[in-house]
Design a protein around this ligand. Structure first.
Ligand code: SAM
Length: 245
């Protein structure tokens, strides 16, 4: 493989693998990943692929064997250290499937560390297909250059979320009825953003959240945003104010 300054090009294919990686590690891919490299990208022996395992940074691997259903790669060198993930969690009331996929993809791209689906009284969709959501997290991480995967929790009720949460962690509660200006409210430190359902939190829920320790109501401006837009706006404001941007 040529050792030029442009090497490895950022446009290289990036794949997440479950197995721990290191120089010399042999990685056998089958199923969708093998099909993607072998049949979609038509890669041949000698081709380069970037790999990450979610915990040890990013690695450059060489394709050594390309079969129709199976591809073997060997890790040659480290290309990037593991990213420092900003300590931001996103708790959100699930919305319809397509829009959840979009929200998850954007949250991963923007650097969120953990996703927590929170079921509220007005939540329409109270189940999230975790496997499907995790596949979206992996795809978004592969695409945006992340080396860490955002975590995804099973759905939890709002009352259990408030009961079990770590009270030392700031809870920024996106409240369309009013709160501190988001950009001014955020201070450094571990944080969770809480976004309501399409129909909003009901009065009792809003009261419970406001009464929670370290809960800070934030306003995302004078307009009523759709839930997924509010999530994106809140994450963006936090990243710009105290995140890694
Ligand atoms: N309850 C509202 C209604 O129907 O009039 C709308 C809820 S809004 C579609 C969904 C969630 O996005 C809200 O629960 C809140 O968490 C967040 N949100 C939307 N606009 C916001 C704003 N301007 N400021 C703060 N949060 C907002």
């Amino acid at each position: 493989m040529p050792a030029t300054p442009a090497w490895p090009p950022r446009s290289l294919t990036r794949l997440f693998v479950e197995q721990p990686l290191g120089v010399g590690t042999s990685v056998d891919l089958d199923g969708a990943q093998a099909n993607y490299l072998g049949n979609v990208m038509r890669m041949k022996a000698g081709a380069a692929v970037l790999l990450f395992d979610g915990g040890s940074g990013e690695w450059l691997a060489e394709l050594v064997e390309a079969g129709r259903k199976r591809v073997t790669l060997v890790v040659r060198e480290a290309t990037r250290p593991q990213e420092a993930v900003p300590d931001l969690w996103l708790a959100f009331a699930p919305v319809k499937k397509g829009r959840v996929d979009w929200l998850v993809e954007k949250a991963v791209e923007l650097g969120v560390a953990r996703l927590i689906p929170v079921v509220t009284q007005r939540t329409i969709v109270d189940k999230l297909n975790l496997e499907r959501t995790r596949a979206h997290i992996v795809e978004a991480a592969e695409q945006c250059g992340r080396t860490a995967l955002a975590g995804i929790e099973p759905a939890i009720s709002l009352s259990a979320f408030l009961r079990d949460r770590d009270a030392a962690r700031k809870l920024y509660f996106a409240d369309e009825t009013g709160g501190e200006r988001a950009a001014e409210a955020f201070t450094p430190g571990p944080a969770t953003l809480l976004i309501g359902p399409e129909g909003g939190f009901n009065a009792t829920e809003a009261e419970e959240i406001r009464a929670a320790v370290n809960a800070i109501p934030i306003s995302l401006g004078p307009r009523i945003l759709r839930a997924e837009t509010a999530a994106l706006a809140a994450v963006t404001a936090w990243m710009a104010a105290v995140g890694d941007w």
